[in-house]
Design a protein around this ligand. Structure first.
Ligand code: BYC
Length: 475
């Protein structure tokens, strides 16, 4: 079951050829997908041969094969992790029942909504990143961008397969709509806010892949627990691909910081203006980008109190992060969770029913994971002997979803007035000048092994290749 059949028009490990109607429907969607890729995918890249990994089976060991591929010829397909015949629903009111191989009628609308929301983010990110290839800081980075883009394309395939196979006509219509909404489109935008923001430069790209792809990790982990087994199996395989995306973000920021620190040490300077004169990104600008991407991404977990989240959990559709490792009753009725809210101009804790707080539970798990990487970035600064430290802003800072939306809160967590916000916001969030400065550094570097001035080289190449390997052949 885990081997992938590449002789088919749509590579798959789900015996697609045994279901002719489904196969025909997906083969009908395929050219529309390719059209979308040509129109909205990586700009100007269609003739390049890119050193990409392609899945060959879905086992944890050795599922990836590397080789030069033209991106439009990449074999997007349908790959599910192997089925466990004994698998049960692990949580909610159906706990202990056999996992569902089909969609339970009463949960159909909610499941479709979750799958569509997940599916919508995947092509959105490709659209957000489509111009970045024109300003890549190295061939190595260009290859990583393209790897991420083709895999996000495959993650769209993953959700479209579920829509086509399990949701009939509605599912087919939703699959079409996934190609018609576009990131940032005035009339037909992507569903979630963060996916309508631009990813205008490579610092934003690394922040996005560190923070926002990590939302992907947490949401996919929660969906991998689903009682709907095909969703669980597809998310489990998607997670193996997701790890590289977060690595690109974490190492990209780390290399940026390293280069900045080298320049600061070499010239004995700390003033951001002086640092900029050497063509690297000053640490306060990195902090402002971090504040922006962190706050926009934690909005993606939804409202802190959500009856949707309670329903998704109780009906067995979406679990918690590492649900099966937790030792409570996995039903959570009568359990409580402490959330923050504003009282008399201050943030105070309040105990509320756990089931309604599950978005907040996942957000808190996410925050812990994100902060760990920020600490690793600080180690780079510390090693250079510099006093500056990066911090995650308070979770109430710059929020647009949930009970903090409409409030003004400083990165340290003080509730402040609109006037105070306006006084300080330029030191908390990237300004137009910051973005223009970062944009001014973005020039395309494509000689093998060469790096743009603002970023340090990676410590190792991809798949144990040298850093100066020809990752992209431009033809
Ligand atoms: N922006 O009850 P609530 C990834 C809406 S990333 C705009 O809290 P719920 C990736 C919400 O729809 C992972 N609107 O919502 C990363 C609802 O609207 P209605 C993507 C928002 O349902 C990088 C209303 O506000 N996967 O894979 O509990 C690259 C009330 O909110 C937002 C998923 O998200 C927002 N940020 O929670 C590529 C998993 N937040 O119904 C890929 C699937 C909320 O009142 N999605 N709203 O009109 C879900 O589980 C849930 O839909 C959410 C929202 C957690 C997102």
């Amino acid at each position: 079951m885990s081997a992938i059949d590449y002789s088919e028009k749509i590579p798959n490990n789900v015996n697609l050829s045994e279901d002719r109607a489904l196969q025909r429907a997906l083969e009908h969607w395929q050219p529309n997908y390719l059209q979308w890729w040509n129109d909205m995918g990586p700009d100007g890249s269609h003739g390049f041969d890119v050193y990409l990994r392609t899945a060959i089976n879905t086992t944890p060991e050795g599922w990836a094969q590397f080789g030069h591929v033209k991106m439009p010829d990449y074999r997007w397909g349908i790959f599910l992790a192997a089925q466990d015949q004994e698998r049960k629903v692990h949580f909610g009111e159906h706990k202990g029942e056999a996992a569902w191989q089909d969609v339970p009628g009463e949960h159909r609308a909610n499941l479709r909504r979750i799958i569509v929301t997940q599916g919508d983010t995947e092509p959105a990110s490709v659209e957000q990143q489509r111009h970045l290839g024109l300003t890549a800081p190295s061939q190595y980075d260009l290859r990583n961008l393209f790897q991420i883009n083709v895999e996000e394309g495959r993650h769209l395939w993953a959700m479209v397969y579920l829509l086509h196979k399990y949701f009939g006509r509605d599912g087919r219509e939703e699959a079409e709509a996934l190609l018609h909404r576009n990131s940032g489109d005035q009339d037909n935008p992507r569903i979630l806010e963060a996916f309508n923001e631009e990813t205008p430069d490579w610092l934003a790209f690394y922040m996005f892949t560190y923070f926002t792809d990590r939302d992907g990790k947490f949401q996919l982990c929660a969906l991998a627990e689903s009682g709907f087994d095909p969703l669980s199996r597809t998310c489990r395989f998607m997670l193996t691909e997701e790890a590289h995306h977060m690595f690109v973000g974490e190492s990209g920021i780390s290399r940026t910081i390293q280069r900045t620190c080298e320049i600061m040490k070499q010239h004995g300077i700390e003033d951001p203006e002086q640092v900029r004169r050497h063509g690297v990104i000053d640490l306060p600008t990195i902090q402002r980008y971090l504040n922006f991407h962190f706050s926009v991404t934690i909005d993606l977990f939804g409202a802190d109190q959500s009856s949707n989240a309670a329903t998704f959990y109780s009906s067995g559709l979406k679990g918690r992060y590492e649900e099966t490792k937790r030792t409570d009753d996995h039903v959570l009725k009568g359990d409580h969770y402490r959330i923050l809210e504003v009282k008399d101009g201050k943030l105070v804790e309040r105990e509320v029913p756990m089931l309604n707080s599950l978005n907040e539970v996942l957000r808190d798990d996410y925050i812990k994971d994100s902060v760990a990487g920020i600490n690793r970035w600080n180690k780079v600064i510390e090693k250079a002997g510099l006093a500056f430290r990066l911090h995650a802003p308070h979770k109430a800072f710059n929020r647009h979803i949930g009970s903090f939306s409409g409030l003004r809160v400083s990165p340290e967590g003080q509730v402040i007035s609109e006037a105070e916000w306006q006084t300080h916001v330029r030191s908390w969030l990237p300004t137009e000048e910051d973005r223009a400065y970062v944009a001014s550094l973005m020039g395309r570097v494509i000689e093998p092994g060469k790096m743009a001035n603002w970023i340090a080289p990676p410590s190792i190449g991809i798949n144990r290749q040298a850093v100066d390997f020809d990752y992209v052949r431009f033809n």
